[in-house]
Design a protein around this ligand. Structure first.
Ligand code: HEC
Length: 178
């Protein structure tokens, strides 16, 4: 049975567009032509793999544009959680960028593993850890804002934990159980 499953997995990876997940907490997005750094994309984000080119991989990003913030893309525009920011111009769903191949993971779970540890480290000193799926995406925003002072985290740390909590919220985008 196991062999059959492996075979199916191998065959399906040829049959469908390949997906991958951003592995590094902050991964540089490189322009498709000039390969200059034009923005950053965050861990856990699912992307489509277009092609490999040396130690770079061309990826296609999908998301929703954010009202009042043209340079960002979000998993869902409401509630807002951005997974990509570019330094200039307009972030568009379907845009292609190069990233370092080593900044990608084939599987979803490993791409969230580090921030999951950070979350449980940061948020379990006073009470038991709340499982992300206990709350909806927009509730986590409010809870985390209330807890930021308690947990003594800066805005960047808060944004990172919020991405993790929202992605794994009951209406979040993460598919693999963490
Ligand atoms: C310094 C102690 C402390 C730390 C650290 C802390 N909390 Fe809390 N948390 C509390 C206290 C006290 C309450 C209950 C009182 C309140 O709601 O203000 C609470 C309540 C909560 C609740 C509401 C529970 C409910 O069901 O109403 C959530 C969710 C929560 N915390 C999440 C977090 C997260 C996420 C972090 C990490 C960023 C965190 N907490 C870190 C002290 C802390």
């Amino acid at each position: 049975m196991k062999k059959v499953l492996v075979l199916i997995a191998v065959l399906s990876s040829f049959a469908f567009a390949k997906g991958a997940f951003i592995y590094n907490v902050k991964t540089d997005l490189l322009d498709e032509k000039s390969k200059a750094v034009v923005g950053e994309i965050y861990e856990g984000t699912p992307v489509e793999v277009v092609k490999k080119d040396g130690d770079l991989t061309l990826i296609k990003v999908k998301g929703e544009q954010v009202d009042g913030n043209a340079t960002a893309l979000a998993y869902k525009s409401a509630p807002l959680i951005t997974f990509l920011n570019i330094t200039s111009g307009e972030a568009k769903s379907g845009a292609k960028y190069f990233v370092k191949s080593s900044d990608l993971s084939q599987r979803e779970y490993p791409s969230w593993e580090e921030v999951e540890l950070v979350y449980y480290d940061t948020c379990t000193s006073c009470h038991a850890g709340h499982h992300p799926a206990e709350h909806a995406m927009n509730e986590w925003d409010a809870y985390l804002s209330a807890m930021q002072y308690f947990a003594k985290i800066n805005d960047a740390e808060k944004a990172r934990i919020l991405r993790f909590l929202q992605a794994h919220a009951k209406d979040g985008i993460a598919k693999e159980e963490e």
